[in-house]
Design a binder for this molecule. Structure first.
Ligand SMILES: [Fe+2]
Ligand SMILES: [Fe+2]
Length: 227
């Protein structure tokens, strides 16, 4: 399996919940958009740009509240949100959203901001795992989109100027080149979010080990006092 198609195998209940949630949303997206990849990208990128901003804001507030360093996470997450927004800015030149899609976008944004913030506050780890799985699906969808472009089922076209400037593409770049660089971005977000979930796991395991060590030391000290 190439790095592009890598999949994180769910290892805990939280991972399984994250994967099932992603598969459910994928099913809805497949039913709604079918093979209209341009429109699919427009609507989904409006949602994709939400988690980074919500997570970045919540970590920012936590850092202020607890007076703790963020270990560079805020910048990474805000960059992710910005990058996803640029995917949207690119795709609106490829497919103009219909009136119904604009309504769906508004409802989806409202529901998703609240849902993601709640998930993040309950389980930061699950929230990052969900984005990791979302991005796995995004890579798959862009691979399918690329396949349609390469086989001529969807007509290729010149890359929008905004994309040429943002990704520093050659002036003769086409939509195929744009889909490739966007797919690479999605693979990057996938790896970052899965690794954030892993880091949170490691921190929790370390905390547990330290607590157990402290308990053992306290017990031994108490034993020593009575001997
Ligand atoms: Fe994206
Ligand atoms: Fe993404």
């Amino acid at each position: 399996m190439s790095n592009l198609e890598s999949h994180y195998r769910p290892s805990s209940l939280s991972d399984k919940v994250a994967l099932s949630f992603t598969k459910f949303l994928r099913f809805i997206a497949d039913t709604f958009f079918k093979k209209r990849y341009g429109h699919r990208a427009v609507v989904l990128e409006t949602v994709a740009a939400v988690p980074g901003m919500v997570a970045g804001m919540l970590i920012h507030l936590k850092s202020l509240r607890k007076m703790e360093d963020d270990k560079g996470w805020i910048k990474i997450l805000l960059d992710e949100a910005e990058n996803e927004r640029m995917h949207l800015m690119t795709f609106i030149h490829i497919a103009k959203p219909t009136f119904i899609e604009r309504i769906v976008i508004m409802i989806a944004q409202f529901i998703f901001i609240i849902t993601y913030a709640i998930i993040y506050l309950i389980s930061q780890r699950t929230a990052h795992r969900i984005v990791g799985y979302f991005e796995e699906e995004a890579v798959r969808s862009y691979t399918e989109y690329l396949h349609e472009l390469e086989t001529g089922k969807i007509k290729d076209q010149p890359a929008p100027e905004v994309a040429i400037n943002y990704w520093n593409l050659p002036l003769h770049a086409t939509l195929k080149d744009v889909v490739k660089v966007i797919r690479d971005d999605e693979a990057g977000h996938r790896d970052v979010n899965h690794s954030f979930a892993d880091v949170i796991d490691e921190r929790k395991t370390k905390e547990k080990v330290n607590t157990t060590k402290k308990e053992i030391t306290t017990k031994e000290n108490l034993k020593g006092n009575y001997e």
